[in-house]
Unconditional design. Sequence first.
Lengths: 479, 88
Amino acid sequence: MGNPLLEAREARWARRLELARGLGAGGSLLSLTLRLPAPLRVGREGAGLGQGLYAALRRASIDAGLGPGRGEFRLSADGPEGYLELDVGLAEAKELALGFEEGHPWGELADLDAMGPGGSVLGRAELGRRPRSCLVCGAEAAACVAGRSHGLEEIRRAAEVLLGGPLGPPGTRAASGAAAPELTLGPRGPWAGAMGESSRAIGEAALRALVAEAAAEPKPGLVSPSSRGAHLDMDYGSFLASAAALAPWFETFARLGRGFGGREPDELLPSLRAAGLEAERDMLAATGGVNTHKGLIFSLGLLCAASGLLAGRGERLEAGACARMAARIVRGICERDFAGLAGREASTLSAGERLRLGSGLGGARAEAEGGFPSVVGASLPRLRAGLSAGLGRGEALVDALLVLFGQVEDSNVLARCGPEGLELLRSSSARALGLGGMATEAGREAVAAMNEEFAARRLSPGGCADLLALTAFLAELPG
Amino acid sequence: MKAIKDSVAGSLESSDVLVTLRPSSEAAVSLQVESIVMKQYGRRITAVAEELVAATGLSGASLRIQDRGALECTLRARLETAIARATA
């Protein structure tokens, strides 16, 4: 056939029929695509929008009492696509879809189809509903699409009005070297300082942090929208799928913290660990078994719980206090988890445990127990400074990542590339920052060179990436 | 070119079209068109299908087109694929 878009659509249709065949008698399947022309649908803006809509749809399902369902989100050549299996009948699923398309602030940009067991479909016409109206002129949408009644720019403007911000012309970064406009996820308005105190708001901030970290680029050695970094087994789509699967869990962590009350904070850890294991299972199911966010489930889950706990006690929710509360929750964790390692057979130890024995490094546990010193003391101030100096969110995050490279003994790097890898991480980031980081041409060139070198050496600073997401999360809090 | 097996191309998603082709004992090609924009584009869809059937010399087939508002270039690509799959 030769046309990747048309092939991707056929593959999606086949996937939908396959999922529908596997549905139980009372189940149904919703599928989400973007109601935008292909040039606006594919690429990073489309990916961010699709991800935001998919997460919102799952929340809408929970809010409607239909449960979180079982989901799958991915990026195809035709743009983002999400699937959601629900344990309710076709008519109920279609009502949820119609309610979302018509009621959610971004709903007009979503195209939701409902399918029952065996592939039966239920359209608006069968329910006696009017056909969807065009985003631009309000006439019958199908006729405008089939007749190409509106130009790309006209449709883009209509979408931007709806979003309250730029969709961004795909490819401008490559074409002009200028920063591509970024889509604000979550509530409209400024990104920094946006986090509210409800468990839901905390969970949403965590999801925003995950997506902001994944979308920032260039991140040397790490997965970003346009690069797999040093990874062969995962890409940006894996991270979005993982973020989608984890979204409800971060709210759960916040709720566990909020409901905890006035006992000693370290008594909260067992229930967080249990939830964390469930979240991990969902992550692996969403990514096909790839570990995208395991470390982050621990550390960001912890910060969500700490935020919830502070909010529940009526204390001021502020970045330093949140990190200190997280440290209190995991007090003694390194000693407990690493005790007894020395007496064990070398063959029974994990890579991380061997590393701990050999180097004395504690990785994510030690960082958490110390109250995230690399974040609170280094990357967070750098991110705030970059944002107030007028850098874009992506650029400011990359600078904060460079700061982390210079601070952190990243156990991912140590395990794969040894002390030489850590040295390269340190020296190259110091050089890029010395040249001005993402604020200068020379700095950006140095980061681009790091990107290539890290990929070639398969050097992946995944521990630093996790800390960057924590930085993005804490940046939403004052102080 | 005679259709020798069943074939399908496309999907029932918005802005796409599902083309289903079955071999038949009659020499002529029978055409069945459904569209959510039948009023505006039904005749155009039929004309495009007839044009492609003539151009490829397809015979001995029944052709069903379920259109969900596809662009003309999409319709053409789906028809070509279905015909290629049925005659290969």
